[in-house]
Structures are given as C-alpha cells and as structure tokens.
Design a protein around this ligand. Structure first.
Ligand code: NAD
Length: 238
C-alpha cells in the first residue's frame, strides 16, 4: 500500500518503521519544513494518509486529504470539536476517515473494560470515580485525548456524573480528570472508583510508542477502499 505520512515527529517516524515492516511504502512524507510539498497531485499518489501532527494543524490536514478523496487516519489529539464536520466531509467525498484518541490495541481493550466497569458502577452510588493521566512534558494538550475518551465513556454509563473537568472538583456531578506531566512517560491512564470500604482501579500503561504506531498502520490497512467514518472498535473488531 502507498501511504502518505503527514507529520514526521515521534509518531510519524515510529509509524514509518512499522509500515515498512508490513510491506508498505511512504510515497509522501510531510513535516513542518516541507509543507509546500503537500499538494493535491502529491497526496493523490497515496492510497491512505496517516496524520500525526498537532492540535492546531490536524483539522486543515484532514480536510485537505478528504477534499482530495484520499482516506485519512488521524491520531492528532485536541481538535475534536471539528470532528463532526470532517465526518460529514468524508461522507460527501465518499472517502474513509478514522480518528482515534488512542490507536493501541491495549487501550482499545481498556476502553471496553472501562465501559463495562462504569455500567456495573451505575447502581453503586457509594463509589466516587476519578480519572488520572500521566504523559511526557512535551505533550501539548491536557487532558489527553485518551482521558477524554475514557471520561466520555464513564459519563455515558454513570447517571450521577454530568460533565468532566480537568481539575480536582468537589461538585458531585463533576468527573475529575487529573493531568500530570512527567518525563519520559509515554502515557498512563487510571480510572479509580473509591468507597469507604474499598477501591477498584483499572490502569493502562504504555511502555513505548510502538502500540500506537502499529494500531495506526492497522487502521490504514483497514481503511483502504472503505467509505465513511470508523473507529478502532471496528478496526480491531472489539
Ligand atoms: N492517537 C494516538 O494513539 C496518539 C499517540 C501518540 C500521540 N498522539 C498525538 O499525535 C500528535 C503527534 O504526536 P508526536 O508525539 O508525533 O508529536 P511530535 O511533536 O513529535 O511530532 C509532530 C510533528 O508534526 C510536525 N508538524 C507540525 N505542523 C505540521 C503540519 N502543518 N504539517 C505536517 N507536519 C507538521 C512537527 O514538525 C513535528 O515533527 C499529537 O497531537 C499527539 O497528542 C496520538
């Protein structure tokens, strides 16, 4: 498969390695120093684009790919207020789009465990729930996209919580997400239910970026020749 890599930082490079191992070729690599190479002619050489840049640049890059009818896998976090617009554009252009706050297989299994635990806890009002995430200090957004996904899953299932807040909160309806920035953590997420009697906590710890990179390449392989919006749940058949 011919892929375009948009963003060639830590993730772009890790994805390139895995893509090569799986027999794919990067026919276009775009980073901040060669943005002028991101032309309609160049992007159309790719079967799928993989976008890992930043919260401020992802929207324009995803839009550019879809407008040129190139399916796109986007891992950049912090821009999801524009996601619905991009889902509509994918449908309009009859092109594929995958956006995931976290591409790792382990985290996507963790998401399913999180949903189930929240369902079980819905009737157990003695338990207070909090979320925590720890990432490296270069991370630009807080809370992490993964923590937001975990929080939204909890809010969906747990009637006693109304909204997430990125601080410790004493308001009963608030779901607190605590963000810590410590090097060299690639990403740890905690969901903790505490009562006077006991605690139940689920934790996912990424050891390196390989899991995210492999998941992004699996998503690109899944997306080739598909139309519409998909998540990692579909890619991994969870
Ligand atoms: N979804 C996931 O599984 C997952 C996993 C890790 C990181 N991320 C997210 O992916 C993004 C990138 O992470 P990273 O660790 O590779 O960051 P990074 O800072 O190492 O790399 C980002 C790269 O994008 C380049 N860039 C900036 N503007 C650009 C533009 N307009 N076009 C093309 N390239 C541009 C930068 O020069 C840099 O090399 C972040 O938003 C991060 O939160 C997501």
């Amino acid at each position: 498969m011919n892929i375009a890599l948009i963003g060639y930082g830590k993730m772009g490079k890790a994805i390139h390695e895995i893509a090569k191992e799986r027999g794919h070729e990067a026919v276009l690599i775009i980073d901040a120093d060669n943005l002028s190479d991101l032309t309609p002619e160049n992007i159309r050489k790719a079967d799928v684009a993989i976008e890992f840049t930043s919260p401020h640049t992802a929207y324009n890059n995803v839009k550019f790919c879809l407008e040129n009818k190139v399916p796109v896998v986007c891992g950049s976090t912090g821009w999801l207020d524009k996601l619905d617009e991009m889902k509509a554009l994918a449908t309009e252009k009859q092109t594929g789009l995958i956006v995931a706050s976290n591409f790792s297989v382990g985290v996507n299994i963790f998401f399913e465990v999180n949903k189930r635990l929240a369902q079980l806890m819905n009737g157990q009002s003695n338990y207070e729930v909090t979320l925590k995430e720890i990432h490296h200090t270069a991370k630009k957004d807080a809370p992490s996209g993964t923590a937001i996904s975990l929080a939204e899953q909890v809010l969906e299932e747990l009637g006693r919580k109304d909204k997430w807040v990125n601080e410790e909160s004493a308001q009963p309806g608030d779901l607190s997400i605590i963000s810590e920035r410590i090097d060299p953590a690639p990403g740890t997420h905690f969901v903790k239910y505490s009562s006077a009697i006991d605690d139940i906590e689920i934790i996912h710890t990424a050891h390196n970026r390989t899991g995210f990179a492999l998941g992004a390449v699996l998503a690109a392989e899944f997306l080739k020749n598909k139309v519409g919006f998909f998540g990692m749940k579909e890619v991994l058949n969870l």
